[in-house]
Design a binder for this molecule. Structure first.
Ligand code: SF4
Ligand code: SF4
Length: 409
């Protein structure tokens, strides 16, 4: 059978069956940041495995399911390997097969479409950014159910994909394909530019593949599960294509890399997703592998920077440690202190929702105080929406760790 033919993973390995492994130990409940912030959420144990067992066998709804942010802290805490957050997302997907989506969720799930539209129009980014500022001032966001307190992320004047065309790269036999994701492409292309610089200095040529689409994470969390599956199929086909060429795929947003490496397989249970996952790396995971092989260029220039590192939940869920901290600590002049303050509360598009804003900010309180205490020059964080939350909650500067590493070369 070819790699790309649909083949289900053995049923007993599927995430949905992990519900039966729940021991009711409640570890997931003590690790859930949403449960700590609000009494309205019944918590991972009851909403995830306990309810899934009933839900998949009868018509049923769990009222507090909407509170789960898919941060995945529960999955990490579970001693029994229950894919708690995935069970929640599968239930949410089922729910929205028979219930209408709000306009707000339609917008939040489809940032890729919005970004394409904005960047296809002359002065589209400028006009969209002015429009969003006016919209916020007039309180229009609230009419759509968005948090009126937040700025929506500004669009960059040029996308990463268009900037990439003007980057002059040294050709190399060693290549990676970059999966930029929507946020780096549309909002923070400087992260992509830094990634290309770092890979070039390490002897790699960076390719782009226009056939990649949004990883689907914003769709999963808003209940567009069928659409997320279509995106998974398209991306997995391309990852397997590159796997056959011997070219790894590298992502620099931890929600994208988690989706490609882990969530596709857990949500959709197809063998091709497991095969594709083996060809995907988060950026600092990839650099750490180079470091282990003695192949990372450590000819660093001095960079004067006192940094606080907020490690995103979706990086922790990948289980490869915190290599950005150890790599940056080798740069002369750089100090890195871990914030070690749990979830930031943003969780992708969760904190943009008007009815979740207070919960999101309450979850972030510990991180905000830690950042203020540490008074670093900048906060580093590998996730774009965590960076938005950090700037919003503290007014501190926040950038991707690769932007600091690029300065060292
Ligand atoms: S994914 Fe996060 S918010 Fe959802 S149940 Fe697990 S710990 Fe709680
Ligand atoms: S941590 Fe795992 S085993 Fe314990 S209650 Fe939660 S899902 Fe069940």
């Amino acid at each position: 059978m070819s790699d790309t033919k649909i083949k289900q993973i053995a049923p007993e390995e599927a995430a949905v069956f992990t519900a039966d492994h729940c021991l009711s130990c409640t570890s997931c409940m003590s690790s859930c940041p949403v449960m700590e912030a609000t009494k309205e959420y019944r918590g991972p144990k009851l909403v995830g495995p306990a309810h899934s067992r009933m839900h998949f066998s009868q018509e049923d709804e769990e009222d507090s399911l909407d509170f789960c942010s898919n941060c995945k802290s529960c999955d990490r805490a579970c001693p029994s390997g229950v894919a708690v957050s995935t069970l929640n997302m599968l239930q949410r997907g089922e729910y929205y097969k028979t219930h209408a989506h709000s306009q707000r969720d339609e917008m939040l799930a489809h940032g890729e479409k919005m970004g394409k539209l904005v960047h296809s129009l002359p002065l589209g980014a400028t006009c969209a950014n002015i429009g969003m500022r006016i919209g916020k001032a007039l309180g229009i966001f609230g009419l759509f159910g968005l948090a009126v307190e937040r700025d929506m992320p500004s669009y960059a004047a040029s996308t990463f994909k268009s900037l990439y065309k003007n980057i002059s790269q040294k050709k190399s036999d060693k290549k990676v394909v970059f999966f930029p994701g929507c946020f780096i492409n549309d909002n923070e292309p400087s992260v992509g530019e830094a990634m290309v610089k770092v890979m070039q200095v390490n002897g790699y040529e960076v390719l782009l593949d226009d056939k990649f689409c949004c990883c689907g994470s914003p769709m999963v969390v808003t209940g567009y599960i069928d659409e997320a599956k279509e995106h998974a199929d398209r991306n997995v086909e391309r990852i397997l294509y590159w796997k056959n060429q011997g070219v790894p795929v590298v992502a620099a947003c931890t929600s994208c890399s988690l989706m490609l490496k882990k969530e596709y397989e857990e949500l959709f249970n197809e063998a091709k997703m497991k095969q594709a996952a083996a060809n995907v790396y988060d950026l600092f995971e990839f650099l750490d592998i180079l470091a282990d092989k003695g192949e990372l260029n450590t000819n660093f220039q001095s960079v004067s920077a006192k940094l606080t590192y907020h490690v995103p939940c979706h990086l922790k869920a990948q289980g490869f440690g915190v290599p950005a901290a150890s790599i940056l600590r080798d740069v002369p002049g750089v100090t890195v202190e871990l914030a070690d303050a749990g979830c930031c509360g943003m969780s992708g598009n969760y904190g943009f929702k008007g009815d979740k804003y207070d919960i999101s900010m309450k979850i972030g309180e510990k991180l905000f105080s830690r950042i203020k205490e540490q008074a670093a020059d900048s906060v580093i964080c590998d996730c774009g929406t965590c960076r938005l939350q950090i700037r919003h909650g503290t007014q501190a500067k926040a950038c991707h760790p690769v932007e600091i590493l690029a300065k060292a070369y």
